[in-house]
Design a protein around this ligand. Structure first.
Ligand code: CA2
Length: 150
């Protein structure tokens, strides 16, 4: 396909540290490995992954708002902001695009403060505990939601 439609793949704070620390919790893959997986999976489904990471809440919110013009959907790992950010949740609700939330770890098997995500109520789908493969699952499902799945 010459010009595949973009989906936003957005990664929250500290995910730039993947593979460097806490491999027992988050696996050994780096964020660059996950980015390569996302590019390959998106291409398999006729999409293009616009892959980003930020440690800053406002930068993530700006990216969500900007996705309204030109992106078909959003795959997001909000990381620590899952459990704290009403503002990120509001931005995702306002953008009116299909949202898939992904977590590497199973947040429900971890500390109680990770059991609630503000994002989940505005996500079509939530995937957790599948490690990096969760991104591939999430993109395949997002392709279905936006009508691009093959
Ligand atoms: O399991 C996930 O994907 C999380 O979204 C990861 C977040 C955590 O706050 C969520 O509860 C669940 C943490 C982001 C990565 O943090 C790292 C910290 C140290 C080393 C490597 C990654």
């Amino acid at each position: 396909m010459p010009n595949p439609s973009p989906v936003l793949v957005l990664n929250g704070p500290n995910l730039n540290l993947l593979g460097l620390r806490e491999p027992a919790v988050y696996g050994t893959e780096t964020l660059a490995d996950i980015e390569a997986l996302c590019h390959a999976t998106a291409a398999e489904h006729g999409l293009r992954a616009d892959f980003r990471q930020s440690n800053h809440e406002g930068v993530l919110i700006d990216a969500v708002q900007e996705a309204r013009t030109g992106h078909l959907g959003i795959l997001i790992n909000p990381a620590g902001y899952s459990h704290t950010s009403v503002a990120l949740r509001d931005a995702l609700a306002a953008v009116e695009l299909p949202v898939v939330e992904v977590h590497l770890s199973n947040i429900h098997r971890r500390e109680a403060f990770r059991h609630h995500s503000y994002v989940s109520a505005v996500a079509a789908t939530v995937i957790c505990g599948a490690g990096a493969h969760g991104y591939a699952l999430g993109l395949a499902h997002l392709a279905r939601l936006v009508g691009a799945a093959r």
